[in-house]
Design a protein around this ligand. Sequence first.
Ligand code: GRF
Length: 321
Amino acid sequence: MAEKAKIAILVSGRGSNMAALVYAAKSTDCPYEIVLVASNNAEAPGLKLAEAEDIATFAHSHQGLSREEHDKIMHDAIVHSGAEYVVLAGYMRILSDGFVEKWVNRMLNIHPSLLPKYRGLDTYQRAIDAGDTVAGCSVHLVTTELDDGPVLGQTEVAILPDDDAERLASRILIAEHQLYPKILAKYVTREADPAWILNRVRERALALTETHERESFGSPGWRVGSEKTGKYFAYFTQKLHGEASVGLLVKTSGLDEQAALIDADPDLYYAPKFYGKSGWIAIRLNTGRTDWDHIADWLYKSWRLVAPKRLTKMIDIADQF
Ligand code: GRF
């Protein structure tokens, strides 16, 4: 199994979601491990539980510090632990923009409502007062807006006629404990998911001028030019012609460039079957270290090689200066 993703959990109190994550991480096939539990409250019960489970802990009070100063202390402790992701589990602090930006796309939170409904506190009573028949919980990526950011997963929980906030909260908590470990596992392994990879390639290919997608022998491909006369500049391969890896096929200037690339970085490049003879190169996309700007550059280079003159003429002129 691939190396496990390293997770730091931030808690302020009880830490039941933290416990759910800690226990989930004990299973050998769990794709993450908890390397740190940190808190702004040295008395947080969650810290004691983490210690008992032999997980490194860190606590530093926010009192007397500015938001930025305290976040910096937490950030340094997280970096020191080697964590690649930050998971908020009842961390009752609003985070500074600077901290959020450092962990963009690598920080998750759980919130006890069906976002975008009921951001902030008192979510259960607000759902009951509104006469909702369902409430629930959401796991989302953290952005600089409170309880905003793309939702990664939700669980709906029915509201019973005699529910009060406490009873509803306790049932939502059961749902939280199942949702968080599952969504975190999915999120940290997304880069190995061919559907996720395909979408990232697609976004970049279709961002180029006058492009469209068309399948070729069952593989998604991208063409430049009109629907009728367009030419392929890229293909997505997943087990294409019997190959095991997930990759992107783009055009090079010819067989010499193809050979030089494979020579320089054989872990990244290979000659694709069938297309290889005409100078196309395959770039592996499931290495877990894909540089997406590099992929965008390759798509552009390949696009340029096959795009009609009317699209590249101005670029060619500009390049001469
Ligand atoms: C949970 O309800 C969670 O949704 C919210 O804070 C609470 C934390 O509870 N963000 P616990 O500390 O995980 O038990």
